[in-house]
Write a protein that binds this ligand. Structure first.
Ligand SMILES: Nc1ncnc2c1ncn2[C@@H]1O[C@H](COP(=O)(O)OP(=O)(O)OP(=O)(O)O)[C@@H](O)[C@H]1O
Length: 231
């Protein structure tokens, strides 16, 4: 699904991402972990062609994301509130995103109905603009809008941050159930080692822009990660 080749991003003199080669297969659920400033968001931004690499490329289904638009049809992401439209209500935003993906009003309505539990009564029919919601509730809108697109490739930057514990658990359940369909490749960055090892099958550990570890999850993964970060 994704292939990263000699990818480098340098700010000033400092490389903040430096990955010679990384392949992510279709259907994989990847957890990207690393301390503050490790380069997780910068990597996601290059995968989504939001920023350009200093050198190297990201290929999505074999096509360089810098020189192709095809990946936009099957990729959904939520990195931060910048992905939202502040002056819309959540309902208006979902309808807008739905219209970009040929979803009818009825489709969007059905979808929102199925997310009632995830929204926990805090998102719909509030008569409020997105800008007036708390950061956690804005995250819920962004994550739900990304999932609504039924993407082949889903990219979420720290999706558990700012969510209340109930919603964190519901989000994990949601991601696990989508994973079972085996049609979605998922990249999730997180500082929450418990959550990320719970939902992801493969963990990539980034430190100062470099991949330090890349392994498939087993029963020891959480302990190994905790030991690594405790050093
Ligand atoms: N536009 C920019 N100009 C200069 N430096 C930048 C810019 N964007 C990111 N950086 C630097 O690149 C490094 C990687 O940042 P990035 O946000 O990718 O890390 P991260 O792993 O997502 O961190 P966090 O866990 O804190 O969100 C940091 O040192 C950051 O200061």
């Amino acid at each position: 699904m994704l292939a990263i080749q000699d990818l480098k991003k340098v700010y000033g003199q400092r490389p903040v991402v430096d990955i010679a080669q990384l392949k992510i297969g279709a259907g994989e659920t990847i957890g990207l972990v690393g301390n503050n400033g490790a380069g997780k968001t910068t990597l996601f931004r290059m995968v989504l062609d939001l920023i350009r690499p200093t050198s190297g490329s990201v290929f999505s289904k074999g096509e360089d994301v810098m020189h192709s638009d095809n990946w936009k049809n099957y990729t959904a992401s939520y990195l931060d509130e910048g992905f939202l439209i502040d002056y819309l209500t959540p309902e208006e935003y979902f309808v807008f995103i739905g219209s970009l993906h040929d979803l009818s009003l009825a489709d969007v309505k059905d979808y929102l109905q199925s997310y009632k539990e995830f929204f926990n009564g805090e998102i719909l029919n509030k008569g409020k603009y997105i800008r007036d919601f708390s950061k956690g509730n804005q995250n819920k809108v962004g994550i739900a809008a990304a999932l609504m697109q039924n993407p082949e490739l889903l990219i979420l930057d720290e999706p558990f941050a700012n969510l209340d514990p109930t919603t964190q658990i519901r989000l994990k359940t949601l991601i696990k159930s989508l994973k079972q369909q085996q049609t979605m490749t998922t990249l999730i960055s997180s500082h929450d080692l418990n959550h990320v090892t719970d939902v992801c099958d493969r963990i990539i550990l980034l430190e100062k822009g470099v991949v330090i570890k890349d392994f498939h999850k087993d029963e020891n993964t959480l302990k190994e990660l905790e030991a690594y970060f405790a050093e």
